[in-house]
Design a protein around this ligand. Structure first.
Ligand code: NDP
Length: 347
């Protein structure tokens, strides 16, 4: 069967396309700009005519996916703006929401045989910053970020604007499913990952062009502890997030498409929480180590400083265990892979 994958020129989407192809699916990658077709086609050439691309342009545009959705059995909608440079929150919210609503409308109009649409949300759409520690589940929604952006416009921190874009896009998807319940033969599943790390297989022209989450991890690992840009001891040992390997996210997307029980579900997929120091410690204790070029040195930070960390925000991933049965990779795997990318690609 054939699956439309949006965002396949990005970090997560490339891995979802690869996972599907490895499992025998045909993949149609929806690509924004023609200039990114060549790399992808070359990367997936061993799959022959099981891999194709379709140029959709900017997904904010009405009807962008009208042609792309035709004839596919499933859709993996992964594309969304992921950067922290937006001054105006609409730069993120606009494409995130109209891309999601747009692809669902295109499917409604142009694909009578579609079975399921899997959408990538984020724990950014779940968590809120609270005074007390909390374990968040699929029942929780980040109304806080939406409220901050509504009340303060451009003033909130840029990560708040990103969070708001993910809440609003996901909410729009569930609203769509409710509104059109009687008209659609397909259902929606939403995959909700925290920070995603791991090997980079999409086209990246230079280190500066890396996707946001890979750049965060790499900047952490390769910023010398003596640099004024290095994170403070306090930040390294008390702040962090939760994470999942990109290959596990990809597997979750495929299973979300395949498993009947996943229909209509919002599913958090999450390996574990971390503080930033943990990643430095893992990088420094890789055995055998990754031999970095001499101009790169691994950060040191405060070795072991994350051992007694208290995680204020945690996620309950028991629904994913029940429905998707994902086994999560450990931190060594994405760290080794990313450092090997640094060597191989000269970042
Ligand atoms: P990337 O930036 O690597 O990929 C984003 C993808 O979306 C690219 O293919 C990009 O196309 C496409 N895209 C963005 N804006 C538009 C637009 N206006 N029109 C058409 N295509 C567009 O990010 P990730 O792979 O990391 O993120 C993928 C998804 O996973 C997102 O939905 C993100 O919110 C979610 N996610 C990511 C996490 C992470 O840590 N990486 C964590 C949790 C969720 P182009 O290549 O042309 O720019």
């Amino acid at each position: 069967s054939k699956v439309l994958v949006t965002g396949a020129t990005g970090f997560v989407g490339a891995w979802v396309a690869r996972n599907l192809l490895e499992k025998g699916y045909s993949v149609r990658a929806a690509v924004r700009s023609a200039s990114k077709v060549k790399y992808l086609t070359e990367y997936f050439k061993s799959y022959g005519d099981k891999f194709e691309t379709v140029i959709v342009g900017d997904m904010s545009k009405d009807g962008a996916f009208d042609e792309a959705v035709k004839g596919v059995d499933g859709i993996e909608h992964i594309a969304s703006p992921v950067h922290l440079n937006a001054d105006d929150p609409q730069e993120l919210i606009g494409p995130a929401v109209s891309g999601t609503v747009g692809i669902l409308n295109s499917a409604l109009r142009n694909n009578p045989t579609l079975k399921r649409v899997v959408i990538t949300s984020s724990t950014a759409a779940v968590l809120e910053v609270l005074p007390e520690p909390k374990v968040f589940s699929e029942l929780n929604w980040n109304r806080q970020a939406v409220r901050l952006v509504e009340e303060q416009g451009r003033s909130p921190a840029n990560f708040i604007k990103y969070r708001a874009s993910k809440v609003l896009a996901e909410t729009a998807a569930w609203d769509f499913a409710k509104t059109h319940k009687g008209e659609i033969s397909w259902d929606i599943t939403v995959v909700v990952p925290p920070y995603v790390f791991g090997p980079v297989i999409h086209e990246v022209a230079s280190r500066e062009a890396l996707n946001t989450s890979s750049a965060h991890l790499l900047d952490l690992l390769l910023t010398p502890s003596s640099s004024p840009n290095a994170m403070s001891t306090e930040a390294l040992t008390t702040t962090g997030s939760s994470w999942i390997d990109v290959r596990d996210v990809a597997e979750a997307h495929t299973r979300a498409l395949e498993r009947a029980e996943a229909g209509g579900e919002r599913i958090i997929v999450c390996a574990e929480p971390f503080v930033w120091q943990d990643w430095i410690d893992v990088a420094r204790s890789l055995s055998p180590p990754v031999a970095l070029p001499p101009h790169h040195q691994l950060a040191v930070g405060v070795p072991g400083g994350g051992k007694n960390a208290v995680y204020k925000i945690r996620f309950d991933a028991s629904k994913a265990a029940r429905i998707l049965g994902i086994e999560y990779r450990s931190k060594e795997e994405p760290v080794r892979a990313l450092l090997e990318d640094v060597v191989a690609k000269g970042w």
